[in-house]
Design a protein around this ligand. Sequence first.
Ligand SMILES: Cc1cc2nc3c(=O)[nH]c(=O)nc-3n(C[C@H](O)[C@H](O)[C@H](O)COP(=O)(O)OP(=O)(O)OC[C@H]3O[C@@H](n4cnc5c(N)ncnc54)[C@H](O)[C@@H]3O)c2cc1C
Length: 470
Amino acid sequence: MQIVWRNEPDMAEYEAARWRRVFNQRRPERFPRAVVRATCQADVIAAVQLAIKLQVKVAVRSGGHSFEVWSVQDDSILIDLGDYKGVEIRPAEGTLTATPSTTSKEINELLAVHGMFFPSGHCPDVGLGGFLLQGGMGWNCANWGWGSEFVEGLDIVTAQGTPLYCDSQQHSDLYWAARGAGPSFPGLVTRFHLRAMPSRRIWSSGYIFPAALYRTAFTWALSLELDADTEITAKAYYQESQLCFSVFLTTFEGTPGGAAKLLTRLHASRPRGTLVEWCCQPETLDSLYESQARSNPQGHRYATDNGLMGNEVDVVSILAEPFLSLPHPKSLAFWTSMQPWSRRRLPDMALSLQADHYFAIYTVWEDEADDDRCRAWLKQAMRPVEGACIGAYLGDSEFANRMSHYWDPKSTVHLRQVRQAWDPEGRIAGGFPNGTDRSVCRDEMGAHHHQHPLLVGVPVDGNKQNDYSE
Ligand SMILES: Cc1cc2nc3c(=O)[nH]c(=O)nc-3n(C[C@H](O)[C@H](O)[C@H](O)COP(=O)(O)OP(=O)(O)OC[C@H]3O[C@@H](n4cnc5c(N)ncnc54)[C@H](O)[C@@H]3O)c2cc1C
Protein backbone atom coordinates (compact mmCIF):
# COMPACT_ATOMS: atom_id res chain seq x y z
CA MET A 1 0.00 0.00 0.00
CA GLN A 2 1.57 3.28 -1.10
CA ILE A 3 0.91 6.38 1.03
CA VAL A 4 1.69 9.97 0.07
CA TRP A 5 1.51 12.40 3.01
CA ARG A 6 0.59 16.05 2.75
CA ASN A 7 3.55 17.21 4.83
CA GLU A 8 6.17 15.31 2.84
CA PRO A 9 8.87 17.49 1.25
CA ASP A 10 7.88 16.49 -2.27
CA MET A 11 4.70 18.54 -2.77
CA ALA A 12 4.61 17.60 -6.46
CA GLU A 13 4.02 13.96 -5.58
CA TYR A 14 1.26 14.92 -3.16
CA GLU A 15 -0.40 17.20 -5.73
CA ALA A 16 -0.23 14.48 -8.39
CA ALA A 17 -1.85 12.01 -5.98
CA ARG A 18 -4.48 14.56 -4.87
CA TRP A 19 -5.67 15.15 -8.45
CA ARG A 20 -4.93 11.82 -10.11
CA ARG A 21 -7.70 11.03 -12.67
CA VAL A 22 -9.87 13.95 -11.44
CA PHE A 23 -11.94 15.01 -14.43
CA ASN A 24 -12.99 18.54 -13.47
CA GLN A 25 -10.22 21.16 -13.75
CA ARG A 26 -12.21 23.50 -11.45
CA ARG A 27 -10.90 22.10 -8.21
CA PRO A 28 -11.66 22.73 -4.55
CA GLU A 29 -9.18 24.13 -2.04
CA ARG A 30 -9.30 21.00 0.10
CA PHE A 31 -6.35 19.02 1.39
CA PRO A 32 -6.44 15.35 2.42
CA ARG A 33 -3.96 14.42 5.16
CA ALA A 34 -2.69 11.58 2.96
CA VAL A 35 -3.51 9.70 -0.23
CA VAL A 36 -3.45 5.90 -0.16
CA ARG A 37 -3.15 4.00 -3.43
CA ALA A 38 -5.04 0.80 -2.75
CA THR A 39 -4.57 -2.29 -4.90
CA CYS A 40 -6.74 -4.76 -2.95
CA GLN A 41 -9.40 -4.96 -0.27
CA ALA A 42 -6.74 -5.43 2.44
CA ASP A 43 -5.32 -1.99 1.53
CA VAL A 44 -8.76 -0.43 1.93
CA ILE A 45 -9.10 -2.02 5.37
CA ALA A 46 -5.63 -0.79 6.36
CA ALA A 47 -6.45 2.73 5.16
CA VAL A 48 -9.66 2.82 7.22
CA GLN A 49 -7.73 1.59 10.28
CA LEU A 50 -5.18 4.33 9.71
CA ALA A 51 -7.94 6.94 9.55
CA ILE A 52 -9.44 5.61 12.79
CA LYS A 53 -6.02 5.77 14.47
CA LEU A 54 -5.46 9.35 13.30
CA GLN A 55 -9.08 10.29 14.04
CA VAL A 56 -9.62 11.68 10.53
CA LYS A 57 -12.18 10.97 7.85
CA VAL A 58 -11.99 8.60 4.91
CA ALA A 59 -12.77 9.69 1.34
CA VAL A 60 -12.68 7.51 -1.75
CA ARG A 61 -12.04 7.90 -5.47
CA SER A 62 -13.10 5.31 -8.02
CA GLY A 63 -13.23 6.95 -11.47
CA GLY A 64 -12.62 10.57 -10.34
CA HIS A 65 -15.58 11.92 -12.32
CA SER A 66 -17.57 13.55 -9.55
CA PHE A 67 -18.11 17.10 -10.82
CA GLU A 68 -17.75 18.48 -7.30
CA VAL A 69 -14.61 16.37 -6.72
CA TRP A 70 -16.13 14.72 -3.66
CA SER A 71 -13.08 12.50 -3.27
CA VAL A 72 -10.92 15.43 -2.13
CA GLN A 73 -11.86 16.31 1.45
CA ASP A 74 -10.00 18.24 4.13
CA ASP A 75 -8.23 16.31 6.83
CA SER A 76 -9.03 12.90 5.42
CA ILE A 77 -7.32 9.78 4.19
CA LEU A 78 -8.16 9.68 0.49
CA ILE A 79 -8.32 6.09 -0.75
CA ASP A 80 -7.58 6.06 -4.48
CA LEU A 81 -8.92 2.83 -5.99
CA GLY A 82 -7.44 3.55 -9.45
CA ASP A 83 -4.90 0.71 -9.21
CA TYR A 84 -7.42 -1.76 -7.76
CA LYS A 85 -8.64 -3.33 -10.99
CA GLY A 86 -10.34 -6.66 -11.40
CA VAL A 87 -13.24 -7.97 -13.45
CA GLU A 88 -14.51 -11.54 -13.36
CA ILE A 89 -17.08 -12.50 -15.99
CA ARG A 90 -19.40 -15.51 -15.73
CA PRO A 91 -20.90 -15.82 -19.24
CA ALA A 92 -22.99 -18.89 -18.44
CA GLU A 93 -24.76 -17.01 -15.65
CA GLY A 94 -24.82 -13.63 -17.39
CA THR A 95 -23.15 -12.05 -14.35
CA LEU A 96 -19.87 -10.41 -13.45
CA THR A 97 -17.90 -8.99 -10.55
CA ALA A 98 -16.02 -5.72 -10.98
CA THR A 99 -13.99 -3.36 -8.83
CA PRO A 100 -15.31 0.23 -8.53
CA SER A 101 -12.54 1.93 -10.52
CA THR A 102 -13.49 -0.08 -13.61
CA THR A 103 -14.76 2.45 -16.13
CA SER A 104 -17.78 2.31 -18.43
CA LYS A 105 -15.64 1.63 -21.46
CA GLU A 106 -13.37 -0.91 -19.78
CA ILE A 107 -16.24 -3.02 -18.55
CA ASN A 108 -17.92 -3.13 -21.93
CA GLU A 109 -14.71 -3.96 -23.78
CA LEU A 110 -14.23 -6.98 -21.52
CA LEU A 111 -17.88 -8.05 -21.75
CA ALA A 112 -18.00 -7.72 -25.56
CA VAL A 113 -15.63 -10.68 -25.89
CA HIS A 114 -18.40 -12.81 -24.36
CA GLY A 115 -21.26 -11.20 -26.29
CA MET A 116 -22.32 -9.36 -23.13
CA PHE A 117 -23.05 -5.74 -22.25
CA PHE A 118 -23.53 -3.59 -19.14
CA PRO A 119 -25.65 -0.41 -19.20
CA SER A 120 -22.94 1.74 -17.64
CA GLY A 121 -22.50 5.52 -17.94
CA HIS A 122 -22.44 7.26 -21.32
CA CYS A 123 -19.03 8.79 -20.66
CA PRO A 124 -16.24 6.25 -21.31
CA ASP A 125 -14.22 7.11 -18.19
CA VAL A 126 -16.88 7.34 -15.47
CA GLY A 127 -16.08 4.83 -12.70
CA LEU A 128 -18.58 2.16 -11.69
CA GLY A 129 -18.14 3.25 -8.06
CA GLY A 130 -19.70 6.69 -8.15
CA PHE A 131 -22.00 5.80 -11.04
CA LEU A 132 -23.72 2.79 -9.43
CA LEU A 133 -23.90 4.22 -5.91
CA GLN A 134 -25.82 7.23 -7.24
CA GLY A 135 -28.30 5.13 -9.17
CA GLY A 136 -26.61 5.17 -12.57
CA MET A 137 -28.30 6.73 -15.58
CA GLY A 138 -26.75 4.37 -18.11
CA TRP A 139 -27.50 3.48 -21.71
CA ASN A 140 -31.23 3.25 -22.45
CA CYS A 141 -32.02 3.87 -18.77
CA ALA A 142 -35.60 4.85 -19.58
CA ASN A 143 -36.30 1.33 -20.80
CA TRP A 144 -33.87 -0.93 -18.97
CA GLY A 145 -33.87 0.86 -15.64
CA TRP A 146 -31.16 2.38 -13.48
CA GLY A 147 -27.66 0.91 -13.33
CA SER A 148 -28.16 0.12 -9.65
CA GLU A 149 -31.03 -2.21 -10.57
CA PHE A 150 -28.33 -4.47 -12.07
CA VAL A 151 -26.46 -4.70 -8.74
CA GLU A 152 -27.00 -8.11 -7.12
CA GLY A 153 -24.57 -7.74 -4.25
CA LEU A 154 -21.54 -5.83 -2.99
CA ASP A 155 -18.34 -6.43 -1.08
CA ILE A 156 -17.75 -3.51 1.21
CA VAL A 157 -15.47 -2.32 3.99
CA THR A 158 -17.38 -0.66 6.80
CA ALA A 159 -16.50 2.61 8.50
CA GLN A 160 -14.99 0.46 11.27
CA GLY A 161 -12.69 -1.31 8.79
CA THR A 162 -14.64 -4.60 8.67
CA PRO A 163 -15.09 -6.41 5.36
CA LEU A 164 -18.55 -7.77 4.64
CA TYR A 165 -20.84 -8.84 1.83
CA CYS A 166 -24.31 -7.39 1.38
CA ASP A 167 -27.25 -8.27 -0.83
CA SER A 168 -31.01 -8.62 -0.49
CA GLN A 169 -30.57 -11.29 2.25
CA GLN A 170 -27.46 -10.20 4.12
CA HIS A 171 -27.09 -6.70 5.55
CA SER A 172 -29.98 -5.73 3.32
CA ASP A 173 -30.07 -2.17 4.72
CA LEU A 174 -26.61 -1.55 3.24
CA TYR A 175 -27.69 -3.19 -0.03
CA TRP A 176 -30.70 -0.85 -0.07
CA ALA A 177 -28.50 2.22 0.53
CA ALA A 178 -25.83 1.22 -2.00
CA ARG A 179 -28.39 1.66 -4.76
CA GLY A 180 -28.92 5.41 -4.71
CA ALA A 181 -27.22 6.92 -1.65
CA GLY A 182 -24.29 8.16 -3.73
CA PRO A 183 -21.70 9.94 -1.57
CA SER A 184 -23.96 9.39 1.46
CA PHE A 185 -23.28 5.64 1.41
CA PRO A 186 -21.86 4.69 4.83
CA GLY A 187 -19.26 2.19 3.59
CA LEU A 188 -16.56 1.66 0.98
CA VAL A 189 -17.42 -0.61 -1.91
CA THR A 190 -14.60 -2.89 -3.03
CA ARG A 191 -16.50 -5.08 -5.51
CA PHE A 192 -19.82 -4.96 -7.31
CA HIS A 193 -21.62 -8.20 -8.22
CA LEU A 194 -23.63 -7.36 -11.32
CA ARG A 195 -26.09 -8.75 -13.81
CA ALA A 196 -25.23 -8.13 -17.48
CA MET A 197 -27.25 -8.18 -20.70
CA PRO A 198 -26.62 -9.81 -24.07
CA SER A 199 -24.90 -7.32 -26.38
CA ARG A 200 -26.92 -5.81 -29.21
CA ARG A 201 -26.40 -4.10 -32.54
CA ILE A 202 -26.62 -0.33 -32.25
CA TRP A 203 -28.05 2.25 -34.66
CA SER A 204 -28.48 5.98 -34.47
CA SER A 205 -30.35 8.84 -36.09
CA GLY A 206 -29.45 12.47 -35.54
CA TYR A 207 -31.13 15.76 -36.41
CA ILE A 208 -29.15 18.95 -35.92
CA PHE A 209 -31.31 22.07 -36.14
CA PRO A 210 -30.34 25.72 -35.92
CA ALA A 211 -31.31 27.15 -32.51
CA ALA A 212 -34.07 29.19 -34.21
CA LEU A 213 -35.97 25.92 -34.76
CA TYR A 214 -35.73 24.94 -31.07
CA ARG A 215 -39.48 24.93 -30.41
CA THR A 216 -40.37 22.97 -33.55
CA ALA A 217 -37.58 20.44 -33.02
CA PHE A 218 -38.23 19.86 -29.30
CA THR A 219 -41.99 19.58 -29.79
CA TRP A 220 -41.35 16.96 -32.46
CA ALA A 221 -38.95 15.04 -30.18
CA LEU A 222 -41.58 14.97 -27.42
CA SER A 223 -44.22 13.64 -29.80
CA LEU A 224 -42.24 10.60 -30.96
CA GLU A 225 -43.51 7.15 -30.14
CA LEU A 226 -40.44 5.06 -29.41
CA ASP A 227 -39.94 1.37 -28.74
CA ALA A 228 -38.29 -0.28 -25.74
CA ASP A 229 -34.90 -0.39 -27.47
CA THR A 230 -34.53 3.33 -28.12
CA GLU A 231 -33.09 6.19 -26.11
CA ILE A 232 -33.87 9.81 -27.04
CA THR A 233 -31.80 12.85 -26.12
CA ALA A 234 -32.11 16.47 -27.15
CA LYS A 235 -29.11 18.68 -26.74
CA ALA A 236 -28.15 22.33 -27.18
CA TYR A 237 -24.51 23.02 -27.98
CA TYR A 238 -22.31 25.05 -30.28
CA GLN A 239 -21.20 23.58 -33.58
CA GLU A 240 -18.66 25.69 -35.43
CA SER A 241 -19.71 28.73 -33.38
CA GLN A 242 -23.39 28.28 -34.23
CA LEU A 243 -25.81 27.38 -31.43
CA CYS A 244 -27.68 24.21 -32.42
CA PHE A 245 -30.49 22.15 -31.00
CA SER A 246 -30.21 18.47 -31.83
CA VAL A 247 -32.32 15.38 -31.40
CA PHE A 248 -30.49 12.04 -31.15
CA LEU A 249 -32.03 8.58 -31.22
CA THR A 250 -29.95 5.56 -30.25
CA THR A 251 -31.44 2.13 -30.79
CA PHE A 252 -30.05 -1.02 -29.17
CA GLU A 253 -31.74 -3.40 -31.55
CA GLY A 254 -33.82 -6.07 -29.81
CA THR A 255 -35.33 -7.73 -32.90
CA PRO A 256 -33.60 -8.05 -36.29
CA GLY A 257 -34.73 -5.26 -38.60
CA GLY A 258 -36.60 -3.53 -35.78
CA ALA A 259 -34.24 -0.56 -35.61
CA ALA A 260 -34.42 0.21 -39.33
CA LYS A 261 -38.21 0.02 -39.26
CA LEU A 262 -38.57 2.35 -36.29
CA LEU A 263 -35.91 4.86 -37.26
CA THR A 264 -37.15 5.09 -40.86
CA ARG A 265 -40.71 5.76 -39.65
CA LEU A 266 -39.52 8.47 -37.26
CA HIS A 267 -37.31 9.99 -39.97
CA ALA A 268 -40.33 10.50 -42.20
CA SER A 269 -41.95 12.71 -39.57
CA ARG A 270 -38.98 15.04 -38.96
CA PRO A 271 -39.51 18.77 -39.33
CA ARG A 272 -37.76 20.54 -42.19
CA GLY A 273 -34.74 22.73 -41.65
CA THR A 274 -32.00 20.45 -40.28
CA LEU A 275 -28.41 21.57 -40.79
CA VAL A 276 -27.20 17.99 -40.68
CA GLU A 277 -29.13 14.75 -40.36
CA TRP A 278 -28.60 11.01 -40.55
CA CYS A 279 -30.91 8.06 -40.26
CA CYS A 280 -30.23 4.52 -39.05
CA GLN A 281 -26.46 4.80 -39.01
CA PRO A 282 -24.61 1.75 -37.66
CA GLU A 283 -22.79 2.46 -34.40
CA THR A 284 -20.57 0.62 -31.99
CA LEU A 285 -20.16 1.29 -28.30
CA ASP A 286 -16.75 2.68 -29.20
CA SER A 287 -18.23 5.21 -31.61
CA LEU A 288 -20.82 6.24 -29.02
CA TYR A 289 -18.14 6.64 -26.33
CA GLU A 290 -15.98 8.68 -28.72
CA SER A 291 -18.82 11.05 -29.44
CA GLN A 292 -19.54 11.41 -25.69
CA ALA A 293 -15.87 12.13 -25.00
CA ARG A 294 -15.89 14.83 -27.70
CA SER A 295 -18.86 16.61 -26.19
CA ASN A 296 -17.48 16.32 -22.60
CA PRO A 297 -13.83 17.24 -23.27
CA GLN A 298 -11.13 16.50 -20.73
CA GLY A 299 -8.95 19.28 -19.31
CA HIS A 300 -11.82 21.76 -18.87
CA ARG A 301 -13.61 23.50 -16.04
CA TYR A 302 -17.13 22.21 -15.34
CA ALA A 303 -20.11 23.35 -13.28
CA THR A 304 -23.26 21.26 -13.44
CA ASP A 305 -26.83 21.23 -12.29
CA ASN A 306 -29.88 19.20 -13.20
CA GLY A 307 -33.50 18.48 -12.49
CA LEU A 308 -35.99 15.67 -12.60
CA MET A 309 -38.92 17.57 -14.06
CA GLY A 310 -42.54 16.93 -13.15
CA ASN A 311 -44.51 14.86 -15.61
CA GLU A 312 -47.01 17.52 -16.59
CA VAL A 313 -44.72 20.50 -17.06
CA ASP A 314 -44.26 22.39 -20.33
CA VAL A 315 -40.61 21.49 -20.78
CA VAL A 316 -40.33 23.24 -24.16
CA SER A 317 -41.18 26.63 -22.67
CA ILE A 318 -39.38 26.22 -19.35
CA LEU A 319 -36.14 24.98 -20.88
CA ALA A 320 -35.99 27.53 -23.70
CA GLU A 321 -33.96 30.02 -21.68
CA PRO A 322 -31.24 27.64 -20.39
CA PHE A 323 -31.02 25.78 -23.69
CA LEU A 324 -30.68 28.91 -25.78
CA SER A 325 -28.40 31.05 -23.62
CA LEU A 326 -25.36 28.81 -23.05
CA PRO A 327 -22.51 30.99 -21.75
CA HIS A 328 -19.56 29.41 -23.55
CA PRO A 329 -19.04 27.60 -26.88
CA LYS A 330 -17.93 24.46 -24.99
CA SER A 331 -21.02 24.33 -22.75
CA LEU A 332 -24.03 22.12 -23.35
CA ALA A 333 -27.43 21.29 -21.95
CA PHE A 334 -29.49 18.16 -22.56
CA TRP A 335 -32.89 16.65 -22.00
CA THR A 336 -33.69 12.97 -22.02
CA SER A 337 -36.95 11.16 -21.66
CA MET A 338 -37.20 8.86 -18.64
CA GLN A 339 -40.41 7.21 -19.86
CA PRO A 340 -41.65 4.51 -19.53
CA TRP A 341 -39.43 3.60 -16.52
CA SER A 342 -40.52 6.76 -14.71
CA ARG A 343 -44.06 5.34 -14.60
CA ARG A 344 -43.03 2.02 -13.06
CA ARG A 345 -42.59 1.20 -9.43
CA LEU A 346 -38.94 1.04 -8.51
CA PRO A 347 -37.47 -1.79 -6.47
CA ASP A 348 -36.98 -0.96 -2.82
CA MET A 349 -33.72 1.00 -2.96
CA ALA A 350 -32.45 4.41 -1.90
CA LEU A 351 -32.88 5.86 -5.37
CA SER A 352 -36.52 6.81 -5.19
CA LEU A 353 -37.27 9.92 -7.26
CA GLN A 354 -38.64 9.37 -10.73
CA ALA A 355 -39.96 11.82 -13.31
CA ASP A 356 -40.67 11.72 -17.03
CA HIS A 357 -38.12 14.38 -17.94
CA TYR A 358 -34.46 14.73 -17.06
CA PHE A 359 -32.63 17.97 -17.79
CA ALA A 360 -28.95 18.72 -17.11
CA ILE A 361 -26.58 21.56 -17.81
CA TYR A 362 -22.86 20.95 -18.23
CA THR A 363 -21.37 24.44 -18.12
CA VAL A 364 -17.93 23.95 -19.65
CA TRP A 365 -15.19 26.54 -20.04
CA GLU A 366 -11.43 26.83 -20.12
CA ASP A 367 -10.23 29.91 -18.30
CA GLU A 368 -10.29 30.35 -14.51
CA ALA A 369 -11.07 34.02 -15.08
CA ASP A 370 -14.45 32.88 -16.45
CA ASP A 371 -15.42 30.97 -13.26
CA ASP A 372 -17.66 33.60 -11.70
CA ARG A 373 -19.46 34.45 -14.94
CA CYS A 374 -20.14 30.82 -15.87
CA ARG A 375 -21.25 29.80 -12.38
CA ALA A 376 -23.50 32.85 -12.08
CA TRP A 377 -25.05 31.96 -15.45
CA LEU A 378 -25.72 28.40 -14.22
CA LYS A 379 -27.50 29.65 -11.10
CA GLN A 380 -29.58 32.05 -13.17
CA ALA A 381 -30.39 29.47 -15.85
CA MET A 382 -31.63 26.93 -13.29
CA ARG A 383 -33.93 29.38 -11.53
CA PRO A 384 -36.98 28.87 -13.81
CA VAL A 385 -36.28 25.12 -13.95
CA GLU A 386 -36.10 24.56 -10.17
CA GLY A 387 -39.78 25.23 -9.61
CA ALA A 388 -40.73 22.60 -12.19
CA CYS A 389 -38.57 19.88 -10.62
CA ILE A 390 -39.40 17.21 -8.08
CA GLY A 391 -35.72 16.91 -7.23
CA ALA A 392 -32.35 16.21 -8.78
CA TYR A 393 -30.11 13.29 -9.71
CA LEU A 394 -26.95 13.07 -7.59
CA GLY A 395 -24.79 12.14 -10.59
CA ASP A 396 -24.89 15.58 -12.20
CA SER A 397 -25.26 17.55 -8.94
CA GLU A 398 -22.92 19.87 -7.12
CA PHE A 399 -24.13 20.82 -3.65
CA ALA A 400 -22.03 23.98 -3.85
CA ASN A 401 -24.12 25.15 -6.81
CA ARG A 402 -27.56 24.25 -5.49
CA MET A 403 -29.15 21.91 -2.97
CA SER A 404 -32.15 19.87 -4.02
CA HIS A 405 -34.04 16.73 -3.00
CA TYR A 406 -32.24 13.53 -3.95
CA TRP A 407 -34.58 10.93 -2.40
CA ASP A 408 -38.26 10.77 -1.53
CA PRO A 409 -39.14 11.66 2.09
CA LYS A 410 -39.42 8.07 3.33
CA SER A 411 -36.10 7.07 1.79
CA THR A 412 -34.44 10.21 3.16
CA VAL A 413 -35.40 9.20 6.70
CA HIS A 414 -34.36 5.59 6.13
CA LEU A 415 -31.01 6.59 4.66
CA ARG A 416 -30.31 8.74 7.71
CA GLN A 417 -31.03 5.70 9.90
CA VAL A 418 -28.75 3.43 7.86
CA ARG A 419 -25.95 6.00 8.03
CA GLN A 420 -26.44 6.38 11.75
CA ALA A 421 -26.32 2.60 12.25
CA TRP A 422 -23.23 1.94 10.11
CA ASP A 423 -21.22 5.14 10.44
CA PRO A 424 -22.29 6.85 13.67
CA GLU A 425 -19.04 8.82 13.86
CA GLY A 426 -19.31 10.12 10.28
CA ARG A 427 -15.97 8.53 9.39
CA ILE A 428 -16.75 8.37 5.69
CA ALA A 429 -16.54 11.87 4.31
CA GLY A 430 -18.64 11.30 1.21
CA GLY A 431 -19.87 14.44 -0.43
CA PHE A 432 -20.54 16.38 2.70
CA PRO A 433 -17.73 18.72 3.61
CA ASN A 434 -18.41 18.56 7.32
CA GLY A 435 -19.35 14.96 7.49
CA THR A 436 -22.13 13.95 9.82
CA ASP A 437 -25.85 14.31 9.37
CA ARG A 438 -26.01 16.87 12.12
CA SER A 439 -23.49 19.16 10.52
CA VAL A 440 -24.03 22.22 8.44
CA CYS A 441 -22.66 22.10 4.92
CA ARG A 442 -20.35 24.87 3.86
CA ASP A 443 -19.93 25.50 0.18
CA GLU A 444 -16.85 26.72 -1.62
CA MET A 445 -18.14 30.28 -1.63
CA GLY A 446 -18.30 30.21 2.15
CA ALA A 447 -22.10 30.24 2.41
CA HIS A 448 -23.83 27.92 4.86
CA HIS A 449 -26.60 25.52 3.99
CA HIS A 450 -28.53 25.00 7.18
CA GLN A 451 -30.50 22.16 5.69
CA HIS A 452 -28.38 19.13 5.14
CA PRO A 453 -29.92 17.17 2.26
CA LEU A 454 -30.38 14.17 4.51
CA LEU A 455 -32.48 16.26 6.85
CA VAL A 456 -34.72 17.61 4.14
CA GLY A 457 -37.86 15.56 4.14
CA VAL A 458 -40.39 17.70 2.35
CA PRO A 459 -43.21 16.10 0.40
CA VAL A 460 -42.40 15.52 -3.23
CA ASP A 461 -44.95 17.31 -5.37
CA GLY A 462 -45.73 16.62 -8.97
CA ASN A 463 -44.54 13.03 -9.08
CA LYS A 464 -48.04 11.70 -9.27
CA GLN A 465 -47.17 8.43 -10.96
CA ASN A 466 -45.21 7.19 -7.96
CA ASP A 467 -46.81 5.76 -4.90
CA TYR A 468 -44.41 5.76 -1.99
CA SER A 469 -46.61 3.93 0.46
CA GLU A 470 -45.70 0.35 1.30
C1 LIG B 1 -18.15 13.66 -18.44
C2 LIG B 1 -19.11 13.02 -17.50
C3 LIG B 1 -20.16 12.27 -18.00
C4 LIG B 1 -21.07 11.64 -17.14
N1 LIG B 1 -22.06 10.86 -17.65
C5 LIG B 1 -22.90 10.22 -16.81
C6 LIG B 1 -23.91 9.33 -17.30
O1 LIG B 1 -24.03 9.08 -18.49
N2 LIG B 1 -24.76 8.77 -16.42
C7 LIG B 1 -24.65 8.99 -15.07
O2 LIG B 1 -25.42 8.45 -14.30
N3 LIG B 1 -23.70 9.81 -14.57
C8 LIG B 1 -22.84 10.42 -15.41
N4 LIG B 1 -21.88 11.25 -14.90
C9 LIG B 1 -21.85 11.49 -13.46
C10 LIG B 1 -21.02 10.41 -12.76
O3 LIG B 1 -21.69 9.19 -12.79
C11 LIG B 1 -20.81 10.80 -11.32
O4 LIG B 1 -20.07 11.97 -11.26
C12 LIG B 1 -20.09 9.68 -10.53
O5 LIG B 1 -19.99 10.07 -9.18
C13 LIG B 1 -18.72 9.42 -11.05
O6 LIG B 1 -18.22 8.26 -10.49
P1 LIG B 1 -16.65 8.09 -10.32
O7 LIG B 1 -16.42 6.84 -9.59
O8 LIG B 1 -16.01 8.30 -11.63
O9 LIG B 1 -16.34 9.37 -9.42
P2 LIG B 1 -15.47 9.58 -8.08
O10 LIG B 1 -15.19 11.04 -8.09
O11 LIG B 1 -14.34 8.64 -7.99
O12 LIG B 1 -16.49 9.22 -6.94
C14 LIG B 1 -17.51 10.10 -6.58
C15 LIG B 1 -17.94 9.83 -5.16
O13 LIG B 1 -18.73 8.63 -5.12
C16 LIG B 1 -18.46 7.94 -3.91
N5 LIG B 1 -17.76 6.70 -4.24
C17 LIG B 1 -17.08 6.41 -5.38
N6 LIG B 1 -16.58 5.18 -5.31
C18 LIG B 1 -16.90 4.67 -4.09
C19 LIG B 1 -16.65 3.43 -3.43
N7 LIG B 1 -15.95 2.48 -4.00
N8 LIG B 1 -17.16 3.25 -2.20
C20 LIG B 1 -17.89 4.24 -1.60
N9 LIG B 1 -18.14 5.43 -2.16
C21 LIG B 1 -17.66 5.64 -3.41
C22 LIG B 1 -17.56 8.83 -3.09
O14 LIG B 1 -18.34 9.71 -2.30
C23 LIG B 1 -16.81 9.59 -4.17
O15 LIG B 1 -16.22 10.76 -3.72
C24 LIG B 1 -20.94 11.84 -15.74
C25 LIG B 1 -19.89 12.60 -15.24
C26 LIG B 1 -18.96 13.17 -16.11
C27 LIG B 1 -17.82 13.97 -15.55
